[in-house]
Design a binder for this molecule. Structure first.
Ligand code: PEP
Length: 260
């Protein structure tokens, strides 16, 4: 198994004003000082309007990397309310979350749209973190594997081997997001192994071996270590627990410990 640098990414969703974000990021940076470990890439994905304030605090530091929560599939022009990849790049975003289940559910985002956005992100040298995951109904009907397979194959259709190697996939069972219900480490590992196999089919074995696959869904300090110690779980996409310095830092710490 290849060495894979862990990722802990915080998805703030629609939380924090720019003023709150600035104070929060300063506190987070301070608290993370001791964990600025080369084995873990720590990413925050604040709301768009908080990005400049966060960058002001983070400029010159490599401890925290900035990402966005979404992005337009259009390059620019008459698309009221949209934010382009170029705008995110200009604000030093190196990652973008795409196809989060909340965007799929509330904004009708399809695999085809996620695929377009993924290609635009790559064209702008922003790494996509593409989210996939089954609903409770699909899990209970024994359709987890087919649902995740179809999301991976369609959201990530027609990528080059190089793009596959830079891609980050987040497995987020929808029934576990914001509900306090976490997939067991075994349930999560099973799907992560499936996803790694899909990467091998779409790209090749060596790319799959290096690809990073994150787990998301009620990740908290007390379950993060067990989840991230699974063979195919290379980090976490964290919602609620990324909004408090203490809990987010504990999850980063758990990711660092996995290498000890
Ligand atoms: C998420 O929104 O990506 C997420 C995993 O949220 P939570 O950790 O709150 O379940």
């Amino acid at each position: 198994m290849s060495y894979r640098r862990k990722i802990v990414a915080g998805n703030w969703k629609m939380n924090k004003t720019a003023t709150e974000a600035k104070d929060f990021v300063a506190d987070l940076l301070n608290a993370l000082g001791q964990y600025s470990d080369n084995d873990v890439e720590t990413i925050i994905c604040p709301p768009f309007v908080c990005l400049p304030a966060c960058f002001e605090v983070l400029e010159g530091s490599s401890t925290i990397i900035m990402g966005a929560q979404d992005m337009s599939a259009q390059k620019g022009g008459a698309y009221t309310g949209e934010i382009s990849a170029e705008m995110l790049k200009d604000l030093y975003c190196r990652y973008v979350i795409l196809g989060h289940s909340e965007r799929r559910q509330y904004n009708g985002e399809t695999d085809a749209l996620v695929n377009e956005k993924t290609k635009i992100a790559f064209a702008n040298k922003i790494r996509p973190i593409v989210c996939v995951g089954e609903t409770l109904e699909q899990r209970e009907a024994g359709k987890t594997k087919s649902a995740v397979t179809s999301q991976v194959n369609n959201s990530l259709a027609d990528l080059s081997p190089e793009q596959w190697s830079e891609m980050v996939i987040a497995y987020e069972p929808i029934w576990a997001i914001g509900t306090g219900k976490t997939a067991t480490a075994t349930q999560a590992q099973e799907v992560h192994e499936l996803i790694r196999g899909l990467i091998a089919k779409n790209a090749d074995d060596s790319i799959a071996d290096k690809a990073r696959i994150l787990y998301g869904g009620s990740v908290k300090p007390d379950n993060s270590k067990e989840l991230m110690s699974q063979d195919d779980i290379d980090g976490a996409l964290v919602g609620g627990a990324s909004l408090q310095v203490d809990s987010f830092v504990s999850i980063v710490e758990a990711a660092c410990e996995d290498f000890e």
